[in-house]
Design a protein. Structure first.
Length: 315
């Protein structure tokens, strides 16, 4: 008897398609009839994996820069650690010792153990300071990126152009009195110089306290001399009085009468406060934060990741 395979083949094909469709959906659980999909789990776990990798990378970078410094000085690593870390920690004071005992109720614990532990903490702190100082002068590029970037749109906030307009926009959310912002300034300037004809770099002032420096850059910007005031203020990492601001404006060559009018205008402060409110509403809370188009780079590795993200956006 001749068998007709076509109907059977057709049925098997439909079953396979259904299986494929089910697999592509990747349903892994249901709750009261509602599906939990594999992609939902992946979106959570991928963030965790990135954070683990990032923390491991930071530790390795700190380790490597110290090792490179030992090679540079032609010293064994142990000798460098002794010179730059162990020999430079402060002695444990009586106050620190007794405060620690009182805080953790350790009156029965051997004093040598407590002192040894407090010394270990100070060594760790000194190690962080030393490795961070080396990182500032190291040539570091990081290609590790999150699987999914946090995205925000901030076209509606007040900003100042650092470069002419281009297809890719980088927002540098910063503060003139932020040490971390000052630490990345040199590396940031290198990237701006390298990509200034391809990327629109924008400076956004963000701080808990709207300082005289913010008002000064706004007033200078009205005379098309934002860059001059911006660069001058970044190297004056302390509060400036009005007279100091006015003297700086005259040094730059601004029309001082117009500058004072704009500087003292109460609407200027309101604009900065509005910018601050908008950034907080968008989930931006700290400086420095870098946003490439809408991708947010807001951790301590941002400056080392920035160039790779820019390259990806350009392509």
């Amino acid at each position: 008897m001749k068998l007709n395979y076509f109907p059977l083949f057709f049925i098997l094909t439909l079953l396979l398609l259904n299986c494929t469709r089910e697999t592509s959906i990747q349903r892994i659980a249901t709750i009261n009839g509602s599906d939990i999909l594999q992609e939902q789990i992946d979106s959570v776990t991928s963030t965790g994996i990135y954070e683990i990798r990032k923390d491991a990378l930071k530790s390795l970078i700190k380790q490597k820069v110290v090792e490179f410094e030992a090679e540079k000085r032609h010293l064994p690593l142990t000798d460098l650690i002794k010179i730059e870390i162990e020999n430079k920690i402060d002695k444990i004071t009586e106050y620190e010792y007794h405060e620690y005992i009182e805080r953790y109720n350790l009156k029965g614990v051997d004093s040598s153990e407590i002192i040894s532990y407090l010394k270990t903490i100070k060594i760790k702190q000194r190690h962080e300071i030393f490795s961070d100082s080396l990182i500032q002068n190291a040539d570091i590029k990081i290609y590790l990126q999150p699987f999914l970037f946090k995205n925000v749109e901030i076209n509606d906030i007040q900003y100042f152009n650092l470069t002419p307009k281009n297809n890719v926009t980088v927002y540098l959310i910063s503060d003139y009195d932020c040490p971390a912002c000052l630490n990345i300034k040199t590396e940031l300037e290198k990237i701006i110089e390298k990509y200034k004809t391809k990327v629109n770099f924008r400076f956004v002032y963000f701080s808990d306290y709207i300082s005289s420096k913010a008002l000064a850059v706004y007033a200078a910007n009205n005379q098309n001399q934002f860059i001059e005031m911006h660069n001058a203020l970044f190297y004056r990492n302390q509060d400036l009085g009005n007279e100091e601001i006015y003297n700086l404006a005259m040094e730059i060559g601004l029309n001082i009468s117009t500058f004072k009018t704009d500087y003292q205008n109460p609407t200027t402060l309101k604009k900065f406060l509005k910018t601050k409110e908008k950034l907080i509403n968008k989930g931006i809370y700290s400086t420095p934060t870098i946003i490439v188009n809408s991708k947010v780079l807001d951790d301590e590795l941002a400056i080392f990741t920035l160039e790779e993200v820019i390259k990806n956006e350009l392509h």
